[in-house]
Write a protein that binds this ligand. Structure first.
Ligand SMILES: NC(=O)C1=CN([C@@H]2O[C@H](COP(=O)(O)OP(=O)(O)OC[C@H]3O[C@@H](n4cnc5c(N)ncnc54)[C@H](O)[C@@H]3O)[C@@H](O)[C@H]2O)C=CC1
Ligand SMILES: N[C@@H](CC=O)C(=O)O
Length: 350
């Protein structure tokens, strides 16, 4: 039976949860999915780096929480050494889950590039590399005969990108509108219930929904990246970050929320893209007070939903978890499953 060796770049909420899943359910996954998973390298800003071709003891790695307790005491280094680890470790697949940096996607763009150049497939939940360098990295993966998978970059583990690419074949997409940030949606819901803005953000952080810098969520940068990803991947828009107009929820006051409630409306942060008659695509992120009858008005908490406008089916809406450690770790697992399926099919066709 195949075993995939994997490296975890960034050992925070998402990759730790993937490690816990592998540690707790490795045997069940092996019998259900037909392949095993072994972690052979981990890097993190707080822990340094550790590479072991024979496999890392995950219970030990999961006990370490940074500070003076880092990998240097366990045969590794206090430095991340990302380039050396990514290029030289024995992994088949790199799971990249470091911070998303909205401006240019670095250093994750480099992490992905180093992996693909050295013949390793990449699964990432990091929006930065996909939004800023998606097309180039996909082509680099093809040149090197490996995979670049990023289902978790939009709506965490809820299948959207792969589903739309495969299942919307034969349909023309005219655009989409969606609730694409779990944190903002959660915060708006909690404010509607009477909580103040800061307390609602703290809750979203504790629940593992928020970015390391939650300004990325509430000021709309996160949705801007997700709109860019969906527009380029699904509408072939060929647009850049600057083409997606952005406004977050920081301008929505408790008074705005109460007024909306009295008027039978509810505030939502919407990400939209629409194809124009000349073929260009207009995209934006902004808060809007939706009528309660609108299809997206009832989407609550960290749930996300995106409604695609198609020529033959009209609106097709996909809804599910948009954030959360377990939900996003599952996205990485779904990427690994996609790689395995593709490799198995290719081997069968040789
Ligand atoms: N948590 C969620 O619900 C979702 C998260 N994502 C994305 O997944 C990624 C990971 O998310 P979380 O695990 O929640 O974040 P996190 O903040 O809990 O963990 C990120 C980890 O990466 C490490 N790190 C940062 N820069 C690094 C570098 N240069 N080298 C090595 N390690 C580095 C940090 O020390 C931290 O432990 C982020 O890009 C996030 O935007 C995507 C979908 C949902
Ligand atoms: N911070 C993001 C996590 C997923 O991308 C969110 O809240 O949606």
């Amino acid at each position: 039976m195949t075993t995939y060796d994997i490296a975890l770049i960034g050992f925070g909420g998402v990759n730790r949860t993937l490690a816990k899943l592998i540690a707790a359910r490795g045997e069940a996954l092996r019998s259900e999915l037909g392949f095993g998973l072994r972690v052979v390298a981990i890097t993190d800003l707080h822990l340094g780096s550790l590479a072991k071709p024979e496999g890392i003891d995950l219970s030990l790695a999961l006990r370490l929480d940074g500070g003076s307790d880092n990998f240097s005491g366990y045969g590794g280094s206090a430095d991340t050494n990302n380039e050396a680890v990514i290029r030289n470790c024995t992994a088949d697949i790199i799971c990249e889950a470091t911070f998303t940096i909205p401006e240019d996607g670095e250093p994750a763009v480099s992490h992905v590039r180093w992996a693909l150049e050295s013949g390793k497939s990449v699964c990432t939940t990091n929006k930065g590399p996909v939004a800023h360098r998606g097309a180039q990295l996909t082509s680099l993966a093809e040149q090197n005969g490996v995979h670049f998978e990023f289902e978790g970059a939009v709506m965490s583990g809820t299948p959207v990108i792969r589903l739309a690419k495969k299942m919307f074949a034969g349909l023309k997409l005219n655009g989409f509108e969606g609730i694409l940030n779990g944190t903002s949606n959660y915060v708006l819901g909690r404010m509607e219930a009477g909580l103040d803005f800061e307390a609602a953000i703290s809750e979203a952080q504790e629940l593992g929904y928020a970015e390391a810098n939650p300004a990325a969520d509430i000021e709309g940068y996160d949705v801007q990246l997700k709109v860019l990803i969906l527009a380029n991947e699904l509408l072939d828009a060929g647009i850049e970050l600057k083409d997606v107009k952005r406004q977050g929820i920081t301008t929505v006051t408790p008074e705005n929320i109460q007024k909306a409630t009295r008027e039978g409306r509810r505030w939502k942060l919407l990400g939209t893209a629409r194809r124009n008659p000349d073929g260009s695509v207009t995209a934006s992120v902004s808060p809007i007070a939706l009528h309660l009858g609108h299809g997206l008005a009832g989407v609550s908490g960290a749930t996300n939903a995106v409604s695609f406008d198609t020529d033959l089916l009209g609106a097709v809406t996909v809804s599910g978890p948009g954030a959360g450690r377990v939900e996003t770790a599952y996205a990485l697992l779904s990427d690994i499953i996609a790689i395995h399926t593709d490799r198995t099919e290719m081997a069968a066709n040789v």
